[in-house]
Write a protein that binds this ligand. Structure first.
Ligand code: ZN
Length: 657
């Protein structure tokens, strides 16, 4: 492991607290040291208060801050005197500890202090760093972990057996550390949990962390347990979407909420899932107990969701009966799945949650394989993991997200998504919590939005194979399909019937009609598996109820599309799929309506552009955003009892009314 310390960079962080922020970021930048909140840092500073008195203050990482990006404001200032006093108590409940920490801060606006604040306070060094370093975990989570740690570090570290983090851990260290620390002590190993390093200056404390972790890495290397080669295995090329969507439906039902499920079929995940001993080595438990809230204690090996849930319920009942307070069971659905056919899938209520489970489990796989090579991976017993899984302080991390948005855990596919109404639908559905796949023939779709809950696919909707591939990609990316917004279409230049070439007519039909038939047909088995019922919205046109001369192909294609949607509504109601149509008109903020086209059309009617745009009964402009909001509403529970409906969104049109 390389030190990232840079003298030049470090000079930009002159104060003691700034130095702590700097080394925290260096630690946070290394994913094999710190992942998703697994680590904290502190510095002790003498500060003069407003009365001129000097107080020793512990600046400890505040909850909600990430080490990789922490700033000085991310540290909570807590009075040392009180923290040292708390360490002498025999017991301290979580609630009382949280109150004590918060009410002894010198800045009420600072974030809540880390739950390890007392532990940081009792270590008699100015700078203290704590990480859940992968290499150290690979050694401690081992049948002979204690001996291995002893051979690596000798008297450089104090070794603390596993106890529950928080007050219990602080209390144990308070008793043990002074007795076991010696002149050579530069760190502390917490079995099955992580490692501390400390010193009186920031650089030394940081370099000691790098040095201690490097020693563990070298030890693994000496024991042929460092380099893990993932054998070459062929990724699945057969369609998986039906099986994956069915699995996601089962998981969502078990969770009682739609869930995102991301499939990972790379070498690491596939080769791990295909190992003969996977059922054994993947069923020991997580690398560190804090992972339990992201990955659950165990992954599901295979596809039997019901059996997984039964076993989770049994685990809950067995351990909840020993808890001090009555507990409510969390949803029993798995968060990590291993399957020899497609590798790994990770599950969450949002794409972010499923991605976090992926990040964590990839590290877990490596740790399991390293520790297996070192003689045998061994996680904590279920009772210890249960304690952390149902620890209020861990659950609070999950609650911080608040109540989920309308479409949380759901997946929408929008065609013609790179501009106009399609793009607005993408943005509205994302804003309401859905993961969205956007199809467009324009290559700009792949770069349209840089966020993990959006996937842009270049796709010619007139190509049936491309549509099938897009559905396959959708399901592998997010797990299934709940909502389908059929928006792609073309509006050819005006042409009277008497002069309309058959080729032009057929081209419009291919894109505006045939493509939607194919996509609806291929999407139907997936929509049928949508946990809350599938929804299809067809973007049709005012031209359906009120056609215009010169637009026969367009009007006929949209009328046929409307009829297709109505028949689908009839056929698919039994599958809990709702199909509705919107008829927008005069939506001028789309790619078709360039300034020039607008000027010409307005002039044609003898109107100004402004008057032309609002030439409807309500005299309002209709925007793509309004159409998108209506589409989202039609997908929402507001329209739960509506199917086969046609809704105009045109500012009111005499011919339609
Ligand atoms: Zn920790």
């Amino acid at each position: 492991m390389q030190s990232l310390w840079d003298d030049h960079e470090a000079k930009q962080y002159p104060s003691a607290l700034a130095q702590c922020a700097y080394t925290s970021r260096l630690l946070g930048r290394n994913r094999s040291l710190v992942m998703h909140g697994g680590g904290n840092t502190s510095v002790k500073i003498a500060v003069q208060n407003i009365l001129g008195e000097t107080e020793d203050i512990l600046y400890v990482k505040g909850s909600g801050w990430n080490l990789a990006t922490i700033e000085e404001a991310g540290f909570a200032p807590v009075r040392m005197k009180h923290l040292l006093g708390l360490a002498t108590l025999e017991t301290l409940s979580d609630t009382q500890m949280a109150i004590e920490l918060k009410s002894n801060m010198t800045n009420a606006a600072a974030p809540a202090p880390s739950v390890e604040a007392i532990l940081h306070a009792i270590l008699p060094y100015r700078y203290v760093n704590h990480t859940h370093a992968d290499a150290v975990i690979a050694v401690t989570n081992n049948a002979n972990g204690r001996e291995h740690i002893q051979s690596i570090y000798g008297d450089q570290v104090v070794v603390i057996p596993y106890v529950m983090p928080g007050f219990q851990l602080a209390r144990l260290c308070y008793e043990r550390f002074p007795q076991e620390a010696g002149p050579n002590t530069i760190g502390m190993v917490l079995m099955n949990h992580g490692i501390f390093s400390f010193a009186d200056d920031a650089q030394t404390a940081y370099e000691r962390m790098i040095d201690l972790v490097s020693q563990a890495e070298r030890y693994l290397e000496q024991h042929q347990a460092w380099h893990i080669a993932y054998p070459d295995v062929a990724p699945p090329d057969q369609p998986l979407r039906q099986d994956l969507a069915a699995l996601r439906r089962d998981i969502s039902q078990a969770a009682d909420h739609p869930m995102i499920m991301i499939t990972h079929s790379d070498q690491q995940c596939l080769s791990f899932a295909q190992r003969d001993d996977v059922a054994e080595i993947a069923q020991q438990g997580p690398a560190t107990p804090d992972h339990v809230i992201r990955t659950k204690r165990l992954p599901l090996v295979g596809r039997d969701v019901a059996a997984f849930c039964t076993s989770y319920e049994r685990y809950f009942q067995e351990h909840a009966s020993h808890a001090a307070q009555p507990l409510t069971m969390l949803d029993p659905a798995p968060r990590v799945l291993l399957d020899p056919e497609w590798g790994m899938a990770t599950v969450g209520r949002t794409v972010k949650d499923a991605t976090t489970a992926n990040d964590i489990y990839r590290h877990t796989i490596k740790i399991i394989l390293q520790s297996t090579a070192l003689g045998g991976y061994q996680a904590l017993p279920p009772a210890s993991l249960f304690e952390v899984e149902y620890w209020d302080l861990e659950q609070a991390k999950l609650r911080r997200h608040g109540s989920p948005p309308m479409f949380a855990g759901e997946i929408a596919l929008v065609t013609g998504a790179a501009s106009g109404i399609g793009k607005a639908c993408v943005e509205t559905l994302l804003a309401q919590g859905a993961a969205v796949v956007g199809l467009d023939i324009d290559a700009a779709i792949t770069e349209m939005l840089d966020r993990p809950d959006f996937l842009g696919i270049v796709c010619d909707v007139a190509n049936p194979t491309a549509l099938e591939q897009a559905l396959e990609q959708t399901v592998r990316a997010f797990g299934g399909l709940d909502m389908l917004v059929l928006n792609a279409g073309i509006f050819p230049p005006g042409c009277p019937i008497a002069q309309l070439p058959l080729d032009d007519w057929q081209r419009v039909m291919r894109i505006n009609l045939d493509a939607n038939l194919v996509l609806m047909r291929e999407a139907h088995p997936l929509l049928k598996l949508a946990p809350r019922g599938g929804r299809v919205v067809l973007i049709c046109s005012k031209n359906v109820p009120a056609p215009g001369p010169g637009a026969s192909a367009y009007s006929a294609s949209k009328a046929a599309l409307t009829q297709l949607g109505r028949v689908a509504a009839l056929e698919w109601g039994k599958d809990h799929i709702r199909v509705n149509m919107v008829h927008p008109n005069a939506v001028f903020d789309t790619a078709i309506w360039t300034d020039e086209v607008l000027r010409n059309r307005a002039a044609h009617y003898g109107l100004t552009v402004e008057a032309y745009k609002t030439n409807n009964i309500l005299q309002v402009e209709v925007t793509s955003r309004q159409v998108a909001d209506l589409v989202a509403a039609m997908c929402s529970p507001l329209f739960a009892a509506t199917t086969g409906a046609q809704l105009p969104i045109d500012g009111g049109n005499e011919r339609v009314i």
